[in-house]
Design a protein around this ligand. Structure first.
Ligand code: SF4
Length: 338
């Protein structure tokens, strides 16, 4: 049995200090819906858990003014049922409601959801075996060991943002919606506070897939902010998966558009289930902007999103599926015009 220290932090400053004292062997924990899983699999082996679930203010939900602001330990369920989110930002509410079961949404936090690790089956299988490397080689879990997914069972793998070292899909639906909505993330770390656009949080795998986030050790996500926009009303999060509940996306699209009559004046499109990080598609947006909306235009936008895609043995279907998911999402959003 391995020893495990456990600290309940009373403030964000105290949590960051506790992390520093653990010399890099710590993890923050709130809902625990991902981290405990990974600890049971032997993928995460922290010597110290710092519980942030009782820190006052980190669960706040603010909807006044020009921004939506969610404390990082606000529950997914609470954010999804916030009236402004539910009624004016379906892209956000739907991404949360389609992300997990009600039981999980009652435990999981909106901050923890952004920092999930991949569901690549080779990453998760075998790590808890007697071998330190696990049954399958995985560069993300054990740098330099190889990648069992490349040339293996790759039906669920990414087709955008991949490298010769890793093709793992970024999990999560909420991060995709936040990417479309230009969210910013606020952190408190050993060097103080900083704020970054969400697109800067996630790294491409390149030849260092074990480095997933642009974070310095000990940085604590404290809040998520989203600029308010009228595009929230004409938005959606559309997700296609193997079964209609409790499954990760094969392909998803978060879209928000603004229109003047029949003309699309601005668009935001982000993809999930197909890329190694939440994937903003400016190529698809360029196809749409300034054009009269039609089903044909929406499909062309979807196809543009996958122009640079690279498939493996079993996941080429994601190119066609992904393009059609974008097109369907755009039709849903356009249909929500007042
Ligand atoms: Fe590991 Fe990435 Fe390969 Fe999956 S795709 S086995 S996470 S290196």
């Amino acid at each position: 049995m391995r020893a495990l220290n456990y600290t309940i932090a009373e403030s964000a400053d105290a949590a960051v200090s506790s992390f520093a004292e653990a010399n890099g062997a710590a993890r923050y924990i709130a809902g625990g819906t991902t981290l405990y899983d990974l600890m049971k699999l032997g993928i995460e082996q922290p010597a110290h858990l710092i519980d942030i679930s009782r820190i006052g203010g980190l669960d706040s939900i603010e909807t006044g003014g020009d921004l939506l602001r969610f404390g990082s330990r606000a529950l997914m369920a609470d954010v999804a049922r916030t009236p402004v989110v539910r009624d004016e930002y379906p892209i956000l509410a739907e991404s949360l409601l389609k992300a997990a079961s009600q039981q999980l949404r009652n435990m999981a936090t909106v901050g923890g959801n952004l920092l999930q690790r991949t569901r690549c089956l080779y990453f998760r299988n075998g790590a808890g075996s007697a071998s330190a490397v696990g049954v399958y080689p995985c560069n993300k879990r054990e740098p330099g060991s190889g990648c069992a997914a490349i040339g293996g069972l790759d039906r669920a793998q990414a087709v955008l943002g991949t490298s010769d070292s890793c093709t793992a899909v970024a999990p999560g639906d909420w991060p995709v919606a936040l990417t479309a909505m230009d969210a910013k993330l606020e952190f408190l770390g050993p060097d103080g506070k900083r704020s970054i656009p969400i697109v800067e949080l996630y790294r491409l795998p390149g030849d260092t897939p074990h480095l997933e986030f642009n974070l310095t050790p000990g940085e604590l996500l404290t809040s998520i902010t989203i600029p308010k926009t009228a595009a929230g009303l004409t938005s959606t999060y559309h997700k296609v998966r193997d079964r209609e509940s409790y499954a990760f996306a094969l392909a998803s699209a978060a879209v928000a558009i603004e229109m003047d009559g029949e003309t699309v004046t601005s668009s935001r499109i982000a993809l999930g289930g197909v890329a190694t990080r939440p994937w903003r598609s400016e190529a698809a947006e360029r196809v749409l902007n300034g054009q009269p909306f039609s089903a044909e235009l929406a499909l062309r936008a979807g196809q543009a999103a996958f122009a640079d895609a690279r498939s493996g043995q079993h996941n080429a279907f994601k190119l066609e599926l992904g393009a059609r998911v974008v097109a369907d999402a755009l039709a849903i959003a356009a249909g929500r015009r007042a």
